[in-house]
Each structure stands twice: as C-alpha cells, then as structure tokens.
Design a protein around this ligand. Structure first.
Ligand code: XMP
Length: 513
C-alpha cells in the first residue's frame, strides 16, 4: 500500500482501536513503538502520523517520549490525549499537572468551523474525555479549534503544518461521530484515497505469496476456524495445488463438523486436503482424566504428534502456513498501567513447536479479525465459516465436565446441535459471541411419563463479548430458552435436566472446562 497512517503507540488501551478506525476509512495503518527513531519512520513513508494516548503523564520520570524529530518530518500529525501534551511539550506550549483525571462524556464546541478536521460535522459534538494534565498555553503558531466545558484547548491546530491535538478520544464508541473526525484527518488533511480494501488486499497478498513460495509446497493445519479457513482460501487462490491442508479430527468436534470442512474445502474449493481421523487415539489418551489442565495438555501434545506425522507423509513441503493475526504480532508497550500489555490470552500461546523445519507463510499477519472476516467473504467463504463463533482448540473436551468418553461426547453433541439450531432459527446465533451446551457431571431425579428417571444435566451457555476477555450472559427470550430446554430433554437420550448459565466473566470464565 503506498498510502499509510503510522500510529505511534504510547501505551493507550485504545491504540489498536485507532488503527482499526483508520482502516475502516479504507486507509492502511500500522502501529509502531513510541520511541521508533524518526529516520525509521521516514523510511515507512507515512502519509500521516497519529500519536496514541497513553496512561502516562509528560511529568512522569519515565514518561514515554518520541524522537523529537517526529515533529519535523513534514507529515500531517494528530496527537490524541497524551499526544496533545507531547505536542505542547515539544512545540513550545505549556502543560500543567492536574491532580485529577477527567473521565467521561463531554460536549465539544467547534469554535473554528473552517478546520478540515470538522468538515461536515455539527458545531456541537458528544465526546469521550480521559486525560489528566491540562494544556494551559498553546504551542507556537497553534490556534484553538474546539473547546469543552473543562478545557479551552480541547482541539488545537497548526494549520500550515497540518498538526492537530485532540484532548478527547475520537476512536472510542462514546465519541459517536469520532469516525468522521478520523476520516476527515486521513482523507481531508492527509489526502489519502481509499486503497485499503480486502479486494485490493487479495491481489497484493496473492502476488506476495507467489513470490515467497515460488514452486515449493506449503502445508497448513486447517481447524475449520475463521483464521485457518481464510488463510487456506487465500493461499489456495495464490498457489492452488501447491497447498496441502491437514485437518485432524480429534474426536472432540461438534456434530457434522468434520463433514462440513471436508465438503467445503475438499469438494467445493477442491483443495488438497488430508483428513486424519485420530479420534480413537485421542480418546484413548483422555481415558480416566478429569483434570481440565491435563486434558488440554494431553490433547495439545498429541495434536502436535499427529500433525508432525502428517506433514512427513504429505511430502516435501518447505513452508508452513499459519493464520497469525495482527494483534498477535503487535508488540505491546510495556508501560505501567497499560492493560493492553497484560492482555495476552493464554490460549493463543503455544501451538506448534518452534523446531519444525519450515519457513512460515503468514498472509493474515497485518490484519485485524474483522478484516479477516471481510477477506473471507471476498474469497467466497460462506457465512457459517466467516462469522462462526469461537470454538476452543481442545474442543468438546472442555465442555464435557469430568471424564471425556465417546458416549458422553455423543450426548453433548446432540444437545449442542439443538442449541445451535434453535439459535440460528431464531436469529440469535450471529448476534452473540458464543452459544453452546455443556455436559455436567451431575445426575438428578426427574419424571418422564409415569417413570422416575435419574439422568444427566446439561447447561446452556450464551454470552456476549467484544474479545473474550470479559463477557456477559445474554438475556434470551424465555420462549427460546423454553424451546431449547424442551427439545434437549425430549430429544437427547440420557438428559433429564437443563439449566441456563447466568454467570458473567469475570468472575466466571466462558468455557466451563
Ligand atoms: P475462557 O473460557 O477463558 O475463554 O473465558 C475465553 C475465550 O477463549 C476460548 N477458549 C479457548 N480457545 N483454546 C482455544 O483456542 C482453548 O483452550 C480455549 N479455552 C477457551 C473460549 O471459547 C472463549 O471464546
């Protein structure tokens, strides 16, 4: 992409959101550490630069400071929140220490409507503030563009240099028209076009994959999840039969999942697909194990073994493809108080061992999840794949409480299929983060007809979440819950009780394990 916005990360929890908002304007963006030397930034040929916010104060002893030459690159620049303090510090303004941070909603009044940043926007806007120190004197040759109740310098501008400072966060949803402000910055101020689309990306990625791989062969572990599916479709578009996908059935998949993957990728897309049914071996190794961590270990370790064996059988591939995404690649800035630095899901670490002698092909490395879904749609993958709910690597093993047996898996599969079917039929499935059944290690008494029963219990878990880190249970209509419960108890042999999980995360987790 010839046009790009470079975002300097000062440790804000919203840095990735800024990057996504820019891309939603069809402009490529890339996040780099705050202290990247200006000479390196120049090499990236940015069309514009954004300084993220951050939890620090310019007065802090170890405040993250940029290379001061960043301000003399001659590129349009927008500082957000902490970014304004930096502008003031480096361009001759004044910031005063404030004892209290200002959080929350505010009303922005645009005092200079001729500013490109507010083109097409009303004179009064709702914004989200989060800042501590206050600007008390404008940097040289800057003027005020907008104010809030608490700040005479809410937005400042150096028109000639195209430098802006915003004391509020345009990237968050609580600034409802923030997207338009960002769009104005990238399009009106920086002059970017709309190059960044997934259709364009396919062309570029196909070229790149071809030139990386040449005439060699590539292997990809297909899980049926969004990332590996989209990676497979993209690489297949680029190199066709030079790609071999390996799909391991670990016996812990949901109803009809193995068939669906084989149909779509094997029959529809006509990919070379090695289907390995390793159910027996996985279940043998899980025998007698009830501890969740041990289950995960056994499954993870055996998966690696099976996968390695299969790669050997698949022939002489030099490349291994992975569906690594941008959030896994961005180095988080290790600044105290930066929650982003702590949020690294334990589920994503691990995976395949490093000593596999392959070069990596990672064509989704610069994409966010929403972009991967969009790319999948462009590549012709169906909604069931592209908008699929997350499903854990260890599969149903984390949803069968206690020992994982063939019989218990089958009971869970049937109950789970009913949950999915009813959620889809009632238009709820794609509105929630996850919806599934869990088989509990609890038997209880019931009556069915004239008979007393003593059978298993199923829990239904339906949650909403942005990223899996926090979640809330979904208030489904009673009629839908009733339907799910009735169907599970009537149709699934061996289950006589159904409960609905009303625990949020935290303190609960999404999976029961
Ligand atoms: P928890 O249960 O920790 O889950 O609240 C958060 C999100 O991660 C998914 N999850 C996993 N994904 N391997 C995975 O690939 C795992 O072992 C695993 N455990 C949980 C879970 O479905 C939820 O979306």
């Amino acid at each position: 992409m010839s046009e790009k916005i470079v975002i300097l990360d000062f440790g804000s929890q919203y840095t990735q959101v800024i990057a996504r908002r820019v891309r939603e304007c069809s402009v490529f963006s890339t996040i780099i550490p705050f202290d990247t030397p200006a000479s390196e930034i120049r090499k990236l040929k940015p069309t514009g630069i954004i300084l993220s916010g951050g939890p620090s104060s310019v007065f802090a002893k170890d405040a993250p400071l940029p290379d001061k030459k960043v301000f003399t690159l001659g590129v349009p620049l927008m500082g957000i929140c902490f970014g304004v303090q930096l502008l003031a510090q480096f361009m001759g303004g004044k910031v005063e220490k404030s004892s209290k941070r200002e959080y929350g909603k505010g009303t922005l009044t645009v005092t200079d409507k001729s500013s490109d940043l507010f083109k097409g926007l009303p004179g009064s806007l709702q914004v989200w503030n989060s800042h501590g120190d206050k600007l008390t004197k404008l940097p040289r040759d800057f003027k005020v563009v907008a104010t809030t109740e608490n700040s005479d310098y809410a937005v400042i501008e150096h028109r000639k240099k195209k430098v802006f400072g915003l004391q509020f966060h345009p990237e968050v949803v609580h600034t409802p028209r923030g997207r338009e402000i960002i769009s104005n910055f990238v399009h009106n101020v920086c002059g970017c076009g709309r190059e960044w689309t997934m259709a364009n990306y396919i062309e570029q990625a196909v070229e790149q994959i071809r030139s990386q791989v040449g005439g060699e062969h590539v292997i990809l572990g297909l899980s049926g999840g969004v990332d590996s599916s989209v990676a497979a479709a993209l690489i297949h578009r680029a190199i066709g039969d030079q790609l071999t996908c390996i799909f391991v059935n670990n016996g812990l998949l949901r109803a009809k999942e193995a068939e669906a993957v084989q149909n779509l990728f094997g029959r529809n897309f006509k990919m070379k697909l090695r289907y390995v049914n390793a159910t027996n071996e996985f279940l043998r190794r899980l025998k007698g194990i009830t501890n969740p961590e041990r289950k995960r270990k056994v499954i993870g370790n055996h998966f690696i073994r099976v996968f390695q064996d299969e790669t050997k059988k698949a022939g002489k591939a030099r490349f291994l493809a992975q569906g690594t995404l941008y959030p896994d690649v961005i180095e988080s800035v290790p600044i105290a108080g930066n929650p982003a630095a702590l949020i690294k899901s334990h589920h994503n670490v691990g995976g395949l061992p490093k000593n596999l002698k392959f070069q990596l092909v990672e064509p989704l490395r610069c994409l966010f999840k929403d972009e991967v879904r969009e790319l999948g749609r462009e590549l012709g993958l169906p909604r069931e794949v592209v908008d699929r709910q997350p499903f854990p690597g260890p599969g149903l093993a984390v949803r069968v409480m206690g020992e994982v047996t063939r019989k218990r898996l089958e009971v869970l599969r049937q109950a789970d299929a009913i949950v999915i079917e009813e959620m889809k039929r009632n238009d709820w499935y794609y509105k929630v983060w996850q919806s599934f059944a869990v088989l509990l290690p609890v038997k209880s008494v019931g009556v069915m007809g004239d008979e007393r029963t003593y059978e298993d219990s199923v829990a239904v878990r339906v949650v909403d979440s942005m990223d899996g880190m926090t979640a809330d249970w979904v208030k489904l209509p009673y009629e839908l819950l009733e339907n799910i419960s009735n169907r599970i108890i009537n149709e699934v042999n061996g289950v006589n009780r159904c409960v609905f999980d009303i625990t949020s995360k935290p303190p609960g987790t999404i999976e029961w394990e």
